[in-house]
Design a protein around this ligand. Structure first.
Ligand code: ZN
Length: 291
């Protein structure tokens, strides 16, 4: 057997791309990006699948409720709780929830957090005059809980944090993500979640009242505000930012009522459904200046 005297010379074209290194880099970056996008979708999909399967009792309790409510405020909180429970009672499987009245928050807001907590601000109650308008908001928040959106969101955040850590973005990416996994991020549900919660809320309202008259009251009010284009910064960061466009929501609620109206008109030509006003004692309590 004979061996060459020296290692054979490797032809120049082997291991030496004709493309420029910039193109190579861009291809690699695009591949990595596609991989990250794919994994992100996979995390989202797995979280949506797994979230509802996690026992409800396992959801960590996160609430901004106050313990030091005045007697009047406790009465308002009890009223909100009762109305929410009445709406929830139309579900096949009722999830126990805790409703918190936030009398010191003037911003128009309502939100659901992990562990079955629903929060309602003074600004929100001031923005509605009918029980139906309020019921739509409470039913929407209850729907988030029933659909297990806080659990899904939490799993998504855990998944993304792990992905960031795995990509070596530990300090910058995962750090800020981990911070976001606090209370406030539980409010930022996706648009799909918001639509699903609205759909479910409309169904609960139809069960409770037989119609959706007055259900869009809050959104009508918001639309006027949006038209006036005078949203203070505080409200911009608030509830409806993550919610489907206001007009779209009003249309969805009214589409259901249009259906009911045409059915009623076919029957006996009448549709005289009126929204229920909020109880007088509640309006009194709200208009009384806080001591
Ligand atoms: Zn929502």
């Amino acid at each position: 057997m004979s061996f060459p005297d020296e290692n054979p010379r490797v032809p120049d074209h082997i291991n030496n791309s004709h493309e420029s290194p910039v193109v190579d880099f861009l291809l690699m970056a695009a591949g990595l990006l596609a991989f990250i996008v794919f994994i992100s979708f996979a995390i989202g999909w797995s979280a949506s699948w797994l979230g509802p399967k996690i026992p409800y009792a396992w959801e960590p309790n996160i609430s901004l409720g106050q313990d030091d409510l005045s007697e009047d405020d406790r009465e308002i909180q009890a009223y909100l709780t009762k109305l929410t429970e009445r709406l929830a009672s139309h579900s096949e499987h009722v999830f126990p929830v805790t409703v918190h009245w936030l009398p010191d928050m003037e911003v128009t807001n309502a939100f659901a957090t992990s562990g079955g907590h629903i929060h309602v601000t003074r600004g929100l109650l001031n923005a509605v005059s009918s029980e139906n308008g309020l019921a739509m908001v409470l039913a929407h928040e209850y729907a988030h809980i029933e659909l297990r959106h806080p659990a899904v969101l939490m799993l998504e955040q855990i998944g993304h944090t792990i992905l960031y850590l795995a990509l070596g973005l530990g300090d910058s990416g995962a750090g800020s993500l981990a911070q976001n996994t606090g209370t406030l991020s539980f409010m930022s549900f996706s648009r799909d979640m918001e639509r699903a919660a609205d759909e479910r809320a409309i169904a609960l309202l139809k069960n409770e009242y037989g119609h959706t008259e007055g259900a869009s009251e809050l959104f009508q009010g918001l639309l006027k505000k949006e038209d006036a284009d005078a949203l203070p910064l505080q409200t911009i960061q608030s509830w409806w930012q993550s919610h489907p466009a206001t007009l779209e929501r009003i249309k969805a609620i009214e589409a259901h009522n249009t259906e009911l109206k045409s059915e009623a008109q076919k029957k006996d030509g009448r549709f005289n459904q009126e929204p229920r006003p909020l109880p007088a004692w509640l309006l009194d309590a709200l208009s009384t200046p806080k001591s």
